[in-house]
Design a protein around this ligand. Structure first.
Ligand SMILES: Cc1ncc(C[n+]2csc(CCOP(=O)(O)OP(=O)(O)O)c2C)c(N)n1
Length: 651
């Protein structure tokens, strides 16, 4: 390890550094995170952009008593390394390794757990209020990106800070980027502040001077405040933030260590809410990342010379199939519009955006707004498709109920990253959506077993006008089915039998990405003389009652299998149906995710740990049926054949 970094075990170790040493340490840190993240994958460009800023904050502030609160937290790698996690850094995002995000139980320097955007100002304000109530004396600093600043929660936080007038510093880390190019009117305002930065510096100096001129200066300031807006904007820097009750400082070069030190020394002396506008370059110091910050925002292990992913599957991801299929459908139907909350690349919508820019809306990190905006479009006869990751859709719960479902508006929800998502961990696992959607009246909720069925479900959704309809699908590659160019409408609520058993002993009812594992398990059960029926239910809501009744009347036992939490999920729905319809005779077992937050790590391992891999599912079922099994080596979970496709005959 390089010379200075070698000696750093806590922020104390940099307190006596001079600017040159901090700059050298910054270089060494960059090298360190590039080498680790090229091996592990992770969020690289965001952390590269805040190396100097992170160092200067820990250099000047008395952390952890002074509290640094990160927004999203994907840019906190430097913070982790210099707060005692340097040696564990190579375990980042790996099972039992350190998390890719700040985590309250990982370090005393992590004051607030994150992963989702826009929380830092609210959390920091809560801490500042608690500090004052407890008569303590420490600084509270929120660091929020210009992307995260587009979210409603961030505005709510700013609004509340301005009125409570607490001593709190908000650092706006402005790199001009969300994951893709940042969007929105605030973004334009920030760009304006930057492009007028020399001129702005003059304004800042005048404002600063008036502040220093005791009573006379204060009178000039209050006169300026009373004059017409246009004139005021000429003199008051960062007027928008000043109006919200902040003292605006900036723009500051986020890579100039001496300047950062000078500014933050001043900030430490100030009272009240302060907003420091720091400009950084996303990916700074790694040429490839500076040139393509979107690619290097978050990525799988890569070749550091070229930036290319180390392993590329020939099978397209569900996101890609969704995006390409929607783009194809949009050619024939001009009413189709696509909406993303700052996730155009992740949700596969880039081709749609390129082909139909006027029908594509990136609304910023604003999932709640995205849904109500879609509702508005739907009232006017458009066919809005809102593509949001399952865990981020949690933000839109009320909008789905109040603005969409209650009014039976035909909004299509394309819910990506459903199920466990692997190394991003508990903040990103999409394991609650079935529970929080299926109890909403008027909702239709589907989950495809493979990419072909995703295409058909999308077509079904586009042609469904009776109300909201959701399709939830997992992260990563499909099963390798060839893609379709003509699509079928699936009758709403209709399931399919995918493995015909003996129609007596056992039926496995399942949905989405658990269908193929269920088929594989049914094959294994044959060796125990159990001929299970496997049903791809396709719809979590409405359930195929006819099929359920038939299964319940003919089989001795039902096992439900899902990649959602069991509480309120698909299995609950099946059991509610059985109880409501007095079908008590049948024994049932629910297999799904447990009532706990699942940690980060490789997805295969996580599914193994929760008993939802091939081995776990088979063992649970044989135990449930009281079948004797000898200890044996279970086959590994292998659903895809050598030519990377899986053939499935439906009956
Ligand atoms: C609620 C929510 N929606 C979407 C995301 C996905 N996401 C992670 S980082 C990011 C962009 C953040 O941009 P910014 O705050 O400017 O930070 P930067 O990466 O540019 O440093 C997005 C959209 C998220 N983490 N949380």
């Amino acid at each position: 390890m390089s010379t200075l970094l070698n000696k750093i075990n806590s922020p104390e170790d940099i307190k006596n550094f001079d600017s040159n040493q901090l700059a050298q340490l910054a270089d060494e840190l960059r090298e360190y995170i590039i080498s680790v993240i090229s091996e592990n994958g992770g969020h690289l460009a965001p952390s590269l952009g805040v190396v100097e800023l992170t160092l200067v904050l820990h250099y000047l502030y008395n952390t952890p008593q002074d509290k640094i609160i990160w927004d999203v937290g994907h840019q906190a790698y430097i913070h982790k390394i210099i707060t005692g996690r340097k040696d564990r850094f190579p375990t980042i995002r790996q099972y039992r390794g350190i998390s890719g995000f700040p985590k309250i139980d990982e370090s005393i320097y992590d004051h607030f757990g994150v992963g989702h955007a826009c929380t830092s100002i609210s959390a920091a304000l809560g801490m500042a209020c608690a500090r004052d109530l407890k008569k303590e004396n420490h600084a509270v600093i929120a660091i929020i990106g210009d992307g995260a600043m587009t979210g409603g929660l961030a505005f709510e936080g700013l609004n509340n800070v301005g009125s409570l007038n607490k001593d709190i510093t908000v650092i706006l880390n402005d790199n001009n980027m969300s994951i893709s190019q940042n969007v929105g009117a605030l973004h334009k305002y920030l760009t304006y502040l930057l492009t007028t930065s020399t001129y702005n510096k003059v304004k800042a100096d005048i404002w600063e001077l008036t502040g220093r001129l005791s009573r006379f200066g204060q009178r000039i300031r209050s006169t300026i405040r009373q004059v017409d807006e246009g004139l005021k904007a000429l003199v008051v820097p960062g007027l928008l933030f000043e109006r919200l009750g902040f003292r605006y400082i900036g723009p500051v070069d986020g890579h100039d260590i001496p300047e950062l030190i000078r500014i933050f020394r001043e900030v430490q002396k100030m009272k009240g809410p302060i907003l420091v506008h720091v400009c950084t370059i996303k990916g700074k110091g790694y040429e490839l990342a500076e040139k393509n910050a979107t690619h290097f925002h978050g990525l799988t292990p890569f070749n550091r010379e070229t930036g290319a992913a180390r392993s590329v599957s020939p099978i397209p991801t569900y996101s890609k199939v969704f995006g390409n299929t929607l783009t194809a459908m949009a050619e024939k139907d001009e009413k189709i519009v696509a909406i993303t909350a700052a996730m155009a690349v992740g949700t596969g919508l880039t081709p749609f955006c390129d082909k139909y820019p006027e029908r594509f809306f990136d609304v910023g990190i604003a999932e709640g707004h995205a849904v109500t905006f879609a509702a508005g479009l739907a009232t006017q006869g458009m066919k809005p498709v809102v593509a949001i990751y399952s865990s981020f859709l949690q933000r839109s719960y009320d909008q789905i109920i109040h603005d969409v479902a209650l009014q039976k508006l035909p909004v299509i929800f394309a819910i990506d990253r459903a199920g466990l998502v692997g190394d991003d961990g508990p903040t990103h696992h999409g394991i609650f959506d079935l529970s929080f959607l299926r109890h909403i009246p008027n909702m239709v909720v589907m989950a495809p077993k493979d990419e072909q069925e995703l295409q058909d479900m999308l077509w079904t959704a586009i042609n469904y006008q009776a109300g909201p309809i959701a399709i939830r699908y997992p992260r990563g590659q499909g099963v390798g089915k060839p893609l379709k160019s003509t699509f079928n409408i699936i009758p709403i609520g209709q399931s399919e039998i995918v493995t015909k058993g003996d129609g007596r002993e056992l039926a496995i009812l399942t949905i989405g990405s658990m269908v193929y594992p269920a088929i594989k398990v049914a094959e294994k059960l044959l060796s125990f003389n159990i001929q299970a029926t496997v049903v791809n239910m396709r719809f979590i809501k409405p359930l195929d009652g006819k099929m359920l009744r038939q299964i319940a009347l003919t089989h001795d036992a039902i096992v439900t299998l899902e990649d959602n939490v069991k509480q309120g999920g698909f299995g609950s729905a099946v059991n509610e149906y059985l109880i409501e319809n007095q079908l008590f005779e049948i024994k049932s077992l629910c297999l799904g995710l447990p009532d706990e937050f699942v940690e980060h790590g490789a997805n295969d391992l996580l599914y193994h740990n929760v008993g939802l891999d091939f081995e776990g599912i088979t063992q649970s079922i044989t135990k449930f049926l009281g079948v004797e099994t000898t200890p044996e080596k279970w086959e590994s979970t292998e659903y895809i054949t050598e030519n990377n496709t899986l053939e499935l005959t439906t009956h």
